[in-house]
Each structure stands twice: as C-alpha cells, then as structure tokens.
Design a binder for this molecule. Sequence first.
Ligand SMILES: NC(=O)c1ccc[n+]([C@@H]2O[C@H](COP(=O)([O-])OP(=O)(O)OC[C@H]3O[C@@H](n4cnc5c(N)ncnc54)[C@H](OP(=O)(O)O)[C@@H]3O)[C@@H](O)[C@H]2O)c1
Length: 254
Amino acid sequence: MSTDLLGKSALVSGASRGIGKAVAAELLRRGANVVITARKPEPLEEAAAELRALGHQGEVVALAGNSGDPDSRAAAVGRAVSEFGSIDILVNNTGINPIYGALMDADLDAVRKIFDVNVVAALGYIQEAYKAWMGEHGGAIVNVASVAGIRSSGVIAAYGASKAALIHLTGELAWQLGPKIRVNAVAPGVVKTKFADALYSADEERAAAVYPMKRLGVPEDVARLIAFLVSDEAAWITGETVRVDGGLLSTGGI
Ligand SMILES: NC(=O)c1ccc[n+]([C@@H]2O[C@H](COP(=O)([O-])OP(=O)(O)OC[C@H]3O[C@@H](n4cnc5c(N)ncnc54)[C@H](OP(=O)(O)O)[C@@H]3O)[C@@H](O)[C@H]2O)c1
C-alpha cells in the first residue's frame, strides 16, 4: 500500500460517484483523510460507507452541500480543519453541463450557472482553503478541467469555455500562490461516468475508436494522476494542466 499521503487531509468536491469518488478512494489508499461533498445526502452517505469499507487507515467525512453555495464551501473546508486539523489537499472536481448544442440557442442563465459552478465555485473553494489553512501552511490543489477546455467540441461549447477559464485560473493561481501552494489541473477526455453518458452510451465502440488508446477513460485513470499531482513527487509541478485523454488531443485535422 502507498503511504505517501499519510496524515494529509483532503477535500474532494462532487465525490458521491464518478471521478470524485475514485479520487477520494485513491487519496485514502495513499493514507490521506478525506472530506467528500455532493448535493444529495443519501448517495453521498452511501459513497462514504463504500469508501470506509475499503479498509484504509484514513477517515472519511461526508458533508452534503452545493459547491455553488458559499456557505456550503466554507462548511466543507471548516469541517476538514476541525475534524483532521488541516486541509492540505483540495480537489475541485465539481462540474456541470446542463446544455448541449449551438451557442446561439444557449440559455444565458444556464451559461451563467455553468460558469458559476465550474469556475467561480472552484475559486471560492480555493479562497476558503487559503484562509483556513493553506495560506499559512501550504498545500496542493487540483482543478478538474476537460479536453473541451483545450480544443473546441461544438456540442458542449459553453461547458468547454468554462473549463478553458478554469485552466487559465489554474495558471494565474499557481503564480499568485507559489511557493507554498501548488495549483494544477487535469483535462480528461470522455470518462465512463453518469455525467458523460450522453457522449458515449449509444455506441461506446464508436466513441472509443477515435482514441489512440482505443478505449474510453475510467475514473481511476484520472484519480491516479490527481493523486500524483497532489503528492510530493510532483513538488516542482505547478500551473500545469495535464491531459488524461487516451491520446485524444494528439489526433485531429492538419
Ligand atoms: N466524465 C467525463 O467524461 C469527464 C470528462 C472531462 C471532465 N470531466 C469533469 O470531471 C468532473 C467530475 O465529473 P464526473 O464525470 O465524475 O461526474 P458524475 O459522475 O456525474 O459525478 C458528479 C458528482 O458531482 C456531484 N455534483 C454535481 N453537481 C454538484 C454541485 N453543484 N455541488 C456539489 N456536488 C455536485 C454529484 O452528486 P450530486 O448530484 O448529488 O450533487 C456527483 O457526486 C466534472 O468537473 C466534469 O466536468 C468529466
């Protein structure tokens, strides 16, 4: 068992399923204590029970709340510090995409909501973690972006623009918060979760065929990368956005 995060305290937002839950499991496996959040309390408690049942040394605290709500963010960060004595690791994993299709048809309230949850809430969480612990003691932050924030997608354009903003925010914050705090991002391709269902479930083989690795991602692919980025092994990496996309962005037109 890896123990490189032994005694560290982590907060993973949006972690009752999918990538966030896999990240929480990987951080626990490496020795960390973890606070997980999501909006719906019941699935969140079920996820916490599943994570505890993995039998790792670290503790799991589940706190229901919307990442878009400032009080929920403050409560989650406060809980990590009161329960575990610190918040050394923050994974801004919450992301929403309520609209598909042409930007000319996009409902602007929905676009605002996408930016609020995917970008503003991530900054809000970082501000809370900074005030509560990291500003004085340091830490490592990973923002979960997307390949849609690097290359245009067409179908999920507003979401992609929000992830591009999150990638830019990552670089600005790495500059402003170094040397004590490292801030990185990951940019996954399609990962098999509920969130991405509409992008692949009708014909998974066809969706996977465009990837050099000839398969779609699974949450653990992303979780292992995030665990590396928050560990001391990544001590000289900050401001970076790492693709975890089975090679997708290495393909395309000339
Ligand atoms: N799956 C992909 O192909 C893919 C690709 C690139 C990037 N990403 C990014 O990866 C991240 C995780 O996605 P996923 O695929 O793992 O999604 P998922 O399986 O749908 O899980 C989303 C998690 O976030 C929670 N959540 C959603 N909205 C929330 C909010 N406003 N406040 C707090 N929690 C919230 C959900 O629980 P509740 O519903 O109970 O709140 C759930 O626990 C997102 O940032 C997404 O943009 C995903």
